[in-house]
Write a protein that binds this ligand. Structure first.
Ligand SMILES: Cc1ncc(COP(=O)(O)O)c(C=O)c1O
Ligand SMILES: N[C@@H](CCCC[NH3+])C(=O)O
Length: 482
């Protein structure tokens, strides 16, 4: 292997706690973190039977590689774990036409949270009756699209939205159609143990109707009195990337309590309870996610015992996992461009300069904003080969003009990594491509699905022509660009 001009990276600096001690064997693939179809073959990372160098030769970098069997296997785990309940794939995690088709074929429902997510699903042929429309600020146009398409549910989020939906629903009923089925999204006042920006059931945030103030009950009663609306049930979502089940159990307890209040106030017994998504995944080897079957058992137990205590029939359950289906099966492949050992002072062992090795790759916060936005933790490995060089503590960064453009804050890589090597970042299937941007005019990477050694581009790489086409001045020169 060609040596880097800066010499081997420095391995012996005091590790920050996030990086821990160097692993015994660098490049090992932890089974919880990497896709089910990931393996080392002759040292090289293979994904669902394709070598990463072949994939990169065909598709370039940065590249999202999605292990189809992993995605669909996790969807099946939820379907089976929650048998008798409805599993809605939360499409905000990652949606494209092919994913919509897999989810439809695999008998899941779909949660969309904008009119455009709804349009993607409908254009892919997803059955409208299995779609639920979310959103805290649905426009009249989005609501009309949902009503006309005949979505299964609209998940109501505000009194303004009820005002907006009623005339649309009334027009449908007047034309001989059915009332519009809705759920009332309830803010249950739970402090989920996750990052502030992705917690959604504490009082001081924008989603849902508060249980504590009585707004949720008021909304439910109002909907029940609207002949053009059909209150099918209640909804609660407490946040995202949650590991312990206590939050879900507490939420279930409180929403079933609200069902009892609705029954007392109106005599109406609600038949559905959607407890949302938020099931955590392993980004690092230490993370220990709960299985769908375990979550299902705990939710069922709480709902059944609360209903028994309150004299209610047990409602049909629904959940909305996004990350736990899409996240673990995808990795992002990058090529290393520059490596810069940066001296931090003399805080290392005596005589040893403290150095941070900045390893820059050809993507960054435009294809994965999560580290910058939530301080999310990721891991990555040298993908095109294994190395027995001593470990060096590294920070993997992108190529954006932003010092917060970090992908992996602290991790050990072999000290002989060089420009041209490939890095694979694990568990990037959820909220990476879907939150991608064109910052610094970087282009959105493609998504390639691999199954049994066969790959297919399910979203192509964005081109500069795509981007120029949006620009009043540049669009006239778009045809000369590739
Ligand atoms: C209403 C709702 N349902 C489902 C999800 C999916 O969450 P996750 O991807 O964490 O499962 C979200 C996102 O947090 C959400 O807001
Ligand atoms: N985008 C967030 C999750 C938000 C989910 C939608 N409420 C993440 O990357 O973790």
């Amino acid at each position: 292997m060609r040596a880097h001009p800066a010499g081997p990276l420095h391995g012996n600096i005091t590790p920050p706690s996030a990086a821990g001690a160097p692993p015994v064997s660098l490049g090992d693939l932890d089974g919880q973190v990497w896709p089910r179809g990931a393996a080392r073959v002759d040292g090289e990372l293979h994904l669902a039977g394709r070598s990463v160098t072949d994939l990169v030769r065909e598709h370039g970098t940065p590249l999202f590689v999605l292990d189809e069997a992993d995605f669909r296997g996790r969807a099946a785990d939820f379907r089976e774990g929650f048998a008798g309940a409805d599993v809605h794939y939360a499409s905000k995690a990652f949606l494209c036409g092919q994913v919509a088709r897999w989810v439809a074929e695999d008998d899941l429902h779909l949660d969309v949270c904008s009119g455009n997510e709804l349009s993607v699903a409908l254009a892919a042929g997803f059955p409208a009756e299995r779609i639920a429309l979310h959103g805290n600020n649905k426009s009249l146009v989005e609501l009309a699209l949902a009503v006309d398409a005949g979505v299964g549910h609209v998940v109501l989020d505000s009194f303004d939205e009820i005002d907006r939906l009623v005339p649309l629903a009334a027009a449908r009923v007047a034309a001989g159609g059915a009332p519009v089925a809705v759920l009332v999204r309830t803010t249950v006042g739970i402090e989920a143990h996750t990052h502030e920006f992705i917690a959604t059931a504490h009082e001081d945030q924008k989603f849902g109707f508060s249980l504590a103030t009585g707004d949720a009950l008021t909304a439910a009663v109002r909907v029940i009195r609207e002949p053009a609306l059909d209150l099918a049930g209640l909804h609660s979502h407490i946040g995202s990337q949650i590991f312990d089940t206590q939050g879900f159990e507490a939420a279930a307890h409180r929403v079933v309590g609200l069902m009892a209040q609705v029954e007392q106030a109106t005599g109406v017994v609600l038949g559905q309870l959607n407890l949302g998504g938020g099931f955590g995944i392993a980004y690092l080897a230490d993370d220990d996610p709960i299985t769908p079957a375990d979550v299902a058992a705990r939710m069922r137990h709480v709902v059944a015992s609360e209903c028994a205590a309150l004299g209610l029939p047990v409602p049909r359950l629904a959940v909305e996992p996004g990350r736990a289906i899409a996240g673990p099966g995808t990795v992002t492949l990058y090529e290393i461009g520059t490596i810069k050992p940066v001296r931090l002072g003399s805080s290392g062992a005596p005589g040893t300069p403290a150095v941070r090795n900045y390893v820059s790759v050809d993507g960054g916060m435009s294809d994965n904003i999560r580290t910058a936005l939530y301080d999310a933790a990721y891991t990555c490995v040298l993908a095109n080969r294994v190395s027995d060089a001593p470990p060096a503590l590294c920070r993997v960064v992108g190529k954006h003009c932003e010092s917060g453009d970090v992908l992996v804050r602290d991790l050990w890589l072999p000290s002989d990594v060089v420009p041209g090597d490939l890095l694979a970042v694990a568990a990037t299937g959820a909220y990476c491509w879907s939150m991608a941007s064109n910052y610094n005019y970087l282009l959105k990477p493609p998504v390639v699905a691999v199954r049994d050694g066969v790959s297919a581009t399910i979203v192509r790489r964005q081109t500069l022509s795509d981007v120029f086409a949006l620009d009043a001045v540049l669009s006239s020169s778009a045809e000369v660009l590739s």
